[in-house]
Write a protein that binds this ligand. Structure first.
Ligand SMILES: Nc1ncnc2c1ncn2[C@@H]1O[C@H](COP(=O)(O)OP(=O)(O)OP(=O)(O)O)[C@@H](O)[C@H]1O
Ligand SMILES: [Mg+2]
Length: 416
């Protein structure tokens, strides 16, 4: 039995003739407690009224069936509510079947006040009716108003203040020894020389980047392992050197397995970086020579990827696999990540093979290949031994200029 129908019957004698005795009793109760309920109760209940009426009332189908059964003009019925449920189990459908004499919708306030009255008077009649709508409005619902919280108007949420996001660049290539670490460090230092605030992240269990800054990965107390596995704030493992560096340790090798059962394991680094996002213009992530969970964390946290490629034919074969991984990341985890550029490294311009390798790169990847070239130089092998970048180790060397040129090119492409 529907509230709307009862209300209508109370007002129209023609319908009352067919009314069940319970309805008359209900009418008596309503008169004993007149319109008071509509105005006197808590605002959240008023919210309930407005929300409930369109879906619980018989409005939608009256024009097509109920009104016609009562001999009324269907055209006078209110427009059908698209949101009203139409299956037989829905409250609206139940009302239609049981109360064909219902002729017009009551207002939301009337419906609401009737519900309040029933609830305050014990709702005994409503219980007899077995209607879903009645069951929702038992007194217990009013005693526990928090259950109606979802009906309250949404509080205006203050827009978040835009935070300057750093450019997060992952240096990735699953092939080993192609100058990922060398490029991460020296490009980062070149950015820092230009006045940018730079954080390097050593996501490689080999700890080569950490070592390149004179830090022994075997002796660090806490490392990215603690950040990724134990949710330690990343600020606690950042060490200041030429640039700030979030250090690796050998136990990072166990991080992939330790993280494997973690919910959101691919986004762990991305989340950790939020803590320090406002402190840096660039975050440069060195990755291991694999496409495992650590590299996936880097690609998920990054918005750009730089792919160092040794200028040898065999080194370029893995690029297709890297592209596939990146596509998977874009589709599932990070739609914003893109390849910033492919960087030919360890270029020996004296060999024809190296020249051909660069040509093959450009033919296949076009503009994605950086204009900058990182040529072979012994200084790149010497500098890490001194715990320094090439830019610090021999600032005036041509080796240092390769990475300064690369920094200019990246900045010109619109970074930071
Ligand atoms: N332009 C260069 N000229 C000569 N040697 C270089 C150059 N760049 C890097 N190297 C040397 O090549 C070796 C490998 O470089 P690097 O460690 O940067 O590669 P990687 O891709 O990080 O290796 P891995 O995959 O093992 O992490 C290092 O000894 C480094 O000093
Ligand atoms: Mg490396």
């Amino acid at each position: 039995m529907g509230f709307l129908s009862r209300k209508k019957k109370n007002r129209e004698p023609a319908v009352l003739e067919e009314t069940h005795p319970l309805e008359e009793e209900l009418q008596g109760m309503e008169e004993a407690v007149p319109e008071r309920a509509a105005n006197d109760y808590e605002p959240e209940f008023q919210d309930d009224i407005d929300v409930t009426v369109p879906t619980a009332g018989p409005v939608p189908d009256e024009g097509s069936s109920s009104s016609q059964a009562a001999g009324e003009d269907p055209s006078s019925a209110p427009p059908a509510d698209e949101a009203a449920p139409s299956d037989a189990e829905s409250p609206a459908a139940a009302v239609e079947e049981e109360e064909p004499e219902a002729t017009a919708p009551a207002s939301g306030v009337e419906v609401g006040s009737l519900r309040v009255e029933e609830a305050l008077n014990g709702a005994g009649k409503a219980d007899d009716d077995d209607e879903p709508g009645d069951a929702r409005m038992k007194a217990v619902d009013l005693i526990a108003p928090t259950r109606l919280d979802f009906l309250k108007p949404q509080q205006e949420v203050e827009p978040e203040q835009p935070v300057d996001q750093p450019d997060v660049i992952a240096f990735a290539n699953q092939k080993g020894g192609v100058a990922k670490t060398t490029t991460t460090l020296n490009l980062a230092v070149a950015f820092a020389e230009s006045g940018y605030r730079v954080l390097c992240i050593d996501l490689d269990p080999q700890g080569n980047l950490t070592m390149s800054q004179g830090i022994d990965p075997d002796k660090v107390e806490h490392s990215l392992y603690d950040v990724l596995v134990n949710d330690m704030p990343i600020s606690e493992i950042i060490v200041e050197r030429e640039i700030d560096i979030a250090v690796a340790s050998i136990d990072l090798a166990g991080a992939e397995i330790a993280m494997s059962t973690k919910i959101g394991r691919e986004r762990t680094l991305e989340k950790a970086l939020k803590e320090v996002a406002a402190d840096y213009d660039f975050v440069c992530i060195d990755t291991p020579p694999s496409l495992g969970l650590l590299t996936i964390n880097a690609l998920t946290a990054a918005n750009k990827v730089i792919v160092p490629v040794q200028c040898e034919y065999l080194s370029m074969r893995g690029l297709v696999q890297l592209q596939n991984t990146l596509r998977m990341i874009q589709e599932n985890l990070n739609p914003d990540v893109r390849i910033e550029g492919i960087l030919p490294t360890m270029l020996d311009t004296r060999t024809i093979h190296a020249k051909e390798a660069v040509e093959i790169l450009e033919e296949n990847f076009g503009d994605l290949v950086f204009q900058s070239r990182i040529r072979k130089a012994i200084k790149f092998a010497e500098a890490p031994v001194k715990g320094a970048s090439v830019l610090k180790y021999d600032s005036e060397s041509s080796a240092a200029s390769y990475y300064r040129d690369l920094a200019k090119e990246v900045l010109a492409n619109g970074s930071a």
